[in-house]
Design a protein around this ligand. Sequence first.
Ligand SMILES: CC(=O)N[C@H]1[C@@H](OP(=O)(O)OP(=O)(O)OC[C@H]2O[C@@H](n3ccc(=O)[nH]c3=O)[C@H](O)[C@@H]2O)O[C@H](CO)[C@@H](O)[C@@H]1O[C@H](C)C(=O)N[C@@H](C)C(=O)N[C@H](CCC(=O)O)C(=O)O
Ligand SMILES: Nc1ncnc2c1ncn2[C@@H]1O[C@H](COP(=O)(O)OP(=O)(O)OP(=O)(O)O)[C@@H](O)[C@H]1O
Ligand SMILES: N[C@H](CCC[C@H](N)C(=O)O)C(=O)O
Ligand SMILES: [Mg+2]
Length: 487
Amino acid sequence: MKVLRDILYKVNIEAVSGGTDIRINDIHFDSRKASLDDVFVAVPGTITDGHDYISKAVDQGVIAVVCERMPETMINGVTYVQVPDSKKALALMASNFYGNPSRNLRLVGVTGTNGKTTVTSLLYQLFKKAGYKVGLLSTVRVMVGDKEFPATHTTPDPMSINKYLDMMSAEGVEFCFMEVSSHGIDQERTTGLLFAGGIFTNLSHDHLDYHNSFAEYRDVKKRFFDELPSSAFAITNADDKNGSVMLQNTKASKYTYAIKSYADFRGQVMENQLSGLLLKIDEQEVWSRLIGNFNAYNLLAVYAAATLLGHDKLEVLRLLSELESVGGRFQHFVSEGKITAIVDYAHTPDALENVLSTINTVRTGNENLFTVVGCGGDRDKTKRPKMAGIAARLSTTAIFTSDNPRSEDPEAIIEDMEKGVEPQDYKKTLSVTDRKQAIKTACTMAVPGDIILIAGKGHETYQEVKGVRTDFDDMEVVQTLLKQLNK
Ligand SMILES: CC(=O)N[C@H]1[C@@H](OP(=O)(O)OP(=O)(O)OC[C@H]2O[C@@H](n3ccc(=O)[nH]c3=O)[C@H](O)[C@@H]2O)O[C@H](CO)[C@@H](O)[C@@H]1O[C@H](C)C(=O)N[C@@H](C)C(=O)N[C@H](CCC(=O)O)C(=O)O
Ligand SMILES: Nc1ncnc2c1ncn2[C@@H]1O[C@H](COP(=O)(O)OP(=O)(O)OP(=O)(O)O)[C@@H](O)[C@H]1O
Ligand SMILES: N[C@H](CCC[C@H](N)C(=O)O)C(=O)O
Ligand SMILES: [Mg+2]
C-alpha cells in the first residue's frame, strides 16, 4: 500500500478536495480496470475523455480521482485532485508509485521515424554479449533480462513502463534501451523518467494523421531531447537534415554520428551486399551481418551509445560484428528454386525507398524484383500514394495488397495507393486485395534468381481486418507457397 501524498510528489496541483494522507492500492487511467481503493486518473483521449468515466470509477470503489476538471458531483470519502495536465500527472505518479525505477539503471531512449526497434534491439544484444543484465522496451518485445513479455505499443503507457523498469531493477538490470515514439512523447508516456542518454535516428514522413504537420511531428520528437537532463548524452544523426534541430535546446552533452558529414562518430560503407555490410569505423574495418546502407547508420548509433556508456571502442567494434539482424527487418531466405524472399517492416515511404534501393544495389544481374506492399488502415492516409509510387518506380512489378486494414475498406486503401503511381509505371503494378493471394501472385511470376520483397508487416504475426486479428506471418506464408509451387 502506498500513500497518495507521496505518489503526488512533483505533480503540479491546482486544487484538492479531501485528504491526501490516504493509502491507495493501484493507479488506473481506464475506469474499466479500476477497483476498491485505487486512484483513477481521468485522461482526455483521442476517441473519448476519461473525465466521462469518473462517476463509474467512483462507483467501482476508487478512493481518489485525479482530473483536469472537478466533477459536478463529488462523493464524500473520495479525494479529488485537480491538475493542469492529467497525462503528465499520470506519468509522474506512475514513476513515484514504482519508486522511480529509472534511477536504478541507465536508461537510454531512441527516437526517430525509422530504426528505433533496430537500434534498441542491437544495443540490447551488444550489452548482453558484454556480460550485463539488460532490459528492452520495443515494438517487437519487452525483455527484462532474459524474460520476454509481449509488446502492445512501441512506447507503452507510463504504468507499464515503470512496472517493467521496476521488474528490471529487481532483477539487477543495469542498462535498459527503450523506443520513444512520437505518440509516446506527445502523450507524456515518458515524462518523469530519468534518461542516461537519447539517440535520434532520422525523421521522415509518418503519422501525419496524428500530428497536424511535419513541423509539429518534428517538434514533438525534439521535446524528448529538450527534456533530457544535463547528466545525459544526446546523440544525433548529422546526415539527417533535422539532426541538428533535435539537439538545439538540449541540456545533455551533444554528439553526432554520420557517414556523409563531419561527426564525432564517423563511418564509411566499404561494401554493401546481401550477405552483409563492410564498414570502416574509426579507421577499423568491421563486418556486419546487417544489410543495407540504413543499417550502417543504425550500427553507428549503437557504436556511439555503447562507447558513451563507457565501453572500450575496440571491444564495441568486435561485438558489433557479432550482432544478429532483428526479426522481420530485412529477414531473407533463398528457396530451393533460387528465389530470394525478403520480409521487411518498411511501413513508411522513406523506409520502403531505402529497402528497395538497397535491394537494387545488391542485385547482381537482370533478376526481377517483385514488391508486395500495402498500407495500414486508420493510419496516415498521405503515406499511401507515396509508398505505392516508390514501390512501382523501384521494382520490376509492384503488387498492392492489404496491411492491417483495421476499420477501413481494404479496396479503398488500395485505391488511395494506386493514385501515387506515375503513368510510366502503370504497367508495372497490379492489385490483389488478399495478402496471401498477392504473395502467391509474386511467387507464381518469379523465376530462379528473382527477388520477392514483402514489405510493411515484418515481425507481425497477424492481419487485422474490421477489428479482428487472424494469424498471418509473411515469412511463413512465402516459404510455404514457394514449396507448394516447387520453386
Ligand atoms: C492514438 C493513440 O495513441 N491512442 C492511445 C491513447 O488512447 P486514446 O487517446 O485513444 O484513448 P481514448 O480511447 O480516447 O480514451 C481516453 C481515456 O479514457 C479512458 N476510458 C475509456 C473508456 C472507458 O470506458 N473508460 C475509460 O476510463 C481510457 O483508458 C483513456 O485513458 O491512450 C491509450 C492508453 O495509453 C493507448 O492504448 C492508445 O493507443 C492506441 C491503442 C494506439 O493504437 N496507439 C498507436 C497509434 C501508438 O501509440 N503507436 C505508437 C507507435 C507509433 C510509431 O512510432 O510507429 C506507440 O508508441 O505504440
Ligand atoms: N536507420 C534507418 N533509416 C531508414 N530506414 C530504416 C532505418 N532502420 C530501419 N529502417 C527501415 O525501417 C523499417 C522499420 O525499422 P525499425 O522497426 O527499426 O523502425 P522503428 O523506428 O522501430 O519503427 P516503429 O515506428 O514502427 O516502431 C525497417 O524494416 C527498414 O525497412
Ligand atoms: N507503429 C506503426 C506500425 C505500422 C505497421 C503496419 N503494418 C500497419 O499496421 O500499419 C503504426 O502503428 O502506425
Ligand atoms: Mg519500433
